[in-house]
Design a protein around this ligand. Structure first.
Ligand code: T3D
Length: 280
């Protein structure tokens, strides 16, 4: 079943009545697809877009058949960060509290993507700037079109990198590259991003749709519980000692040993066939 609009979502789950305006959201085979959909402004984040994404994530979090999430954008950009038309200059003497927007929108978004109990794949179809790049890099796997680029645009408007950028960039590419990208605000091409380890893979633009389809198939047929546990373990490794991490692995493996998918994996191995995982 392809759940494509708010009416269908309402039918599927009576608590969900959201009408999507600035994203397209669909759900098929347990895989959610969020497509940022404001191409005229390179899919920059509006308050409405944040509310749309929140509703989509709530739907996904409510599903016990969830297998994954794929995020991409329409048009020539992935996301140009915060919509700056929602940040008009204020009259002299007035101040704006940007922390409010971070606490309300970007912080929970990054944390919910990290916590989603299934892999989140970002397919960066074009330029990713400011918080657009940060949100892409908050996803578990990032694949970019060759024409895409990542821009730490913050310095150019007098802000610090946010939405997790100062956490993720140094960990992925090292302090020196993270620093130069942030202080200079120069574009990092998709090819460079792949070479640096900022993203998983750069693919030819014409292969992007096929890549999305391949990712969909992979997620829809994965051993989802094990994949979710793997993602948790890898993120925990950034904070843990080796001793602690060995304990994390032991505890997660104990839980995986009791899953249906592990049993299926063992049967499939013995029978020399491809496993048919259910995600449970
Ligand atoms: O405020 C808070 O809540 C704090 C949190 C902040 C998080 C952030 O993300 S801050 C960073 C915000 N983003 C930026 O500063 C990036 C601004 N955009 C650009 O620098 C450039 O657009 C790009 C380098 C990304 C792409 O350049 P280019 O030449 O390929 O495209 P363009 O011509 O600049 O943009 C195309 C259209 O999109 C254009 O509209 P027009 O002239 O055709 O009517 C442009 O105004 C619009 N656009 C691009 N980025 C934004 C935007 N409109 C609103 N907000 C944007 N961020």
């Amino acid at each position: 079943m392809f759940i494509q609009d708010s009416v269908a979502l309402q039918h599927e789950n009576k608590r969900m009545t959201h009408v999507y305006q600035h994203i397209e959201f669909s759900y098929r085979d347990g895989v959610g697809h969020i497509v940022l959909n404001r191409p005229d402004t390179l899919n920059s984040f509006t308050q409405i877009m944040h509310e749309d994404i929140r509703a989509a994530l709530s739907f996904l979090e409510s599903r016990d058949d969830l297998r994954g999430l794929i995020i991409t954008g329409t048009g020539r950009g992935f996301c140009a960060g915060q919509d700056l038309s929602e940040r008009k200059p204020l009259p002299p003497g007035q101040k704006r509290d940007l922390a409010e927007g971070l606490d309300k929108n970007y912080r929970p978004l990054v944390l919910r993507l990290r916590a989603l109990p299934a892999p989140v794949v970002c397919v960066v179809n074009g330029v990713a700037a400011g918080a657009g790049a940060s949100v892409a890099l908050a996803c578990d796997i990032v694949i970019a079109a060759r024409s895409a680029k990542f821009i730490q645009a913050f310095a150019k408007i007098g802000l610090v990198p946010d939405a997790g950028a100062t956490y993720v960039w140094p960990r992925l590419v090292g302090t020196q590259r993270a620093m130069a990208a942030a202080l200079l605000g120069e574009p990092v091409t998709a090819e460079q991003a792949e070479q640096w380890g900022l993203i998983w893979r750069c693919v030819p633009d014409e292969e992007l749709q096929a890549t999305i389809q391949a990712m969909h198939e992979k997620l829809a047929n994965g051993a989802t519980r094990a994949l979710a546990a793997t993602k948790n373990a890898i993120y925990a490794a950034g904070e843990n000692s080796l001793v602690e991490q060995l304990e994390v692995e032991r505890d997660l493996q104990r839980a995986m040993g009791n899953t249906e998918d592990y049993q299926e994996g063992m049967r499939a191995f013995a029978e020399k066939r491809v496993p048919r995982f259910t995600g449970h």
